[in-house]
Design a protein around this ligand. Structure first.
Ligand SMILES: *Cc1c(COP(=O)(O)O)cnc(C)c1O
Length: 407
């Protein structure tokens, strides 16, 4: 597979026209959209208009005139088709960590006769930290499952099984429908953290019959740094679950300013405070890129990119690196990771060459393939740069061994 073959794959890609809707710097191969998505072209102008016109001129009137108040639901409706949710069932507004706190605490309160919250030990750390906070407040017990068999930990004591769909280190993906069905059959509620899947991997929460889901929007959904996360609650549970952080924005009539709390109907009761209007505006504009894009097509392109990367790693580097991402397509998300004792230096040397991936403790080099804007030629070029780095031992350069605060 030479560069021309890769270019031929790009020419027939069903998403080939969407890359132009991102503003990517010249000379950069961006393989970190699983950490911070690229900037869609329409966002800057939309944000400028929101600041100058809606805020600057409209002032307080824009809550109504610019429909700021509806942004959490409107953006939720844009996310819904990417996760198999119905319109109206997705709320957007807090960080993933806060959203997890609310859903975990709500699930435990809804199943008082069951006191165990099951997590996998390889989950993104914040999920575990939040779960411990929830456990400390509710008296629940945390049970760590074996990621190879999460169901073995689910018995009659389990209120909630909360799993991350795609592992942030290895890119390994759980069988969401099968695990959901089996855990629900044992009476547990099931929550999925979709941070590393939605927008690149097919997700159908409704078909799977899951109970809860959260996910962030600054990774594959390109909402910008710190853009707010989403929460989905299955309609059968919406009336039953209580927001453990009730606030006026989840009140049925916030401007009645009544002393007593009465929750809104639906998932909107998970709102707490005033929505982050500028961040939601950027996200709303960013999500336009997904209009009319089928999940199956995103997945097809993503798999084509990760398959090519894996194949070229094998062909060009063999056992000089240790690939930790599952080879079976149905078991991986949209990233490929490998281990190497000098992985930090490798990633830094690649970044110096304009190939941006990232590094995860202790020795993982990680590359994300956002199907909307990564091309097969980028995959090809990234591997050629990687071979050059290793051949010239650029990764051993002391300049590439200094750790940044954010890796
Ligand atoms: C990125 C990520 C988060 C981020 O949480 P924030 O509170 O939005 O910073 C949480 N969970 C998982 C699995 C992630 O990948």
């Amino acid at each position: 597979m030479d560069r021309r073959d890769a270019a031929a794959l790009d020419e027939t890609s069903p998403l080939r026209e969407l890359r132009d809707r991102f503003s990517l710097p010249e000379g950069v191969v961006y393989l970190d959209g699983n950490s911070l998505g690229a900037l869609p072209t329409g966002v800057a102008a939309r944000l400028a208009a929101a600041v100058q016109d809606e805020w600057g001129r409209g002032l307080i009137r824009s809550w109504n005139d610019a429909e700021w108040i509806d942004l959490p639901a409107r953006v939720g409706d844009r996310i819904a088709p990417l996760i198999g949710a119905a319109p109206g069932d997705v709320h957007v507004g807090d960080s993933t960590s806060i959203s997890l706190f609310k859903t975990m605490a709500a699930a435990l309160r809804a199943r008082p006769e069951r006191r165990v919250l099951v997590l996998e030990p390889s989950t993104f750390p914040t999920d575990g930290y939040v779960a411990h906070g929830v456990a400390a407040l509710t008296g629940a017990e945390i049970r760590w499952c074996d990621p190879a068999d999460p169901l073995a930990a689910v018995d009659d004591d389990v209120a909630l099984l909360s799993l991350t769909h795609v592992d942030f280190r290895t890119g390994a993906m759980f069988d969401l429908p099968a695990i959901t069905a089996a855990a629900r059959a044992r009476g547990a509620l099931v929550q999925w953290d979709l941070c590393h899947s939605a927008g690149a991997v097919e997700v159908d929460l409704t078909a799977a019959g899951a109970d809860l889901a959260v996910g962030c929007t600054y990774k594959y959904l390109n909402g910008g740094p710190g853009s707010p996360a989403y929460t989905w609650v299955h309609p059968r549970l919406q009336a039953e679950l209580e927001n453990p952080l009730p606030g006026w924005m989840g009140h049925a009539q916030p401007f009645a300013m009544s002393r007593d709390y009465a929750p809104r109907d639906g998932v909107a009761r998970f709102a707490t405070g005033t929505p982050p209007v500028l961040a939601l505006t950027a996200l709303d504009a960013a999500m336009e890129v997904f209009e009319g894009v089928d999940q199956a097509v995103l997945r097809e392109v993503s798999l084509s990119l990760t398959s090519l990367f894996l194949r070229l790693l094998d062909e060009r580097l063999g056992d000089r690196i240790d690939v930790v991402t599952p080879r079976e397509a149905e078991r991986r998300g949209s990233q490929v990771s490998f281990r190497h004792p000098d992985s930090y230096g490798i990633v830094a040397a690649l970044i110096a060459r304009g190939v941006i991936g990232d590094w995860r403790d202790p020795d993982i080099a990680r590359f994300g393939f956002a199907p909307l804007y990564v091309r097969h030629v980028d995959v090809h070029d990234a591997v050629e740069h990687l071979v050059a780095v290793l051949d010239a031992e650029e990764h051993l350069d002391p300049a590439h061994r200094r750790r940044n605060a954010v890796t």
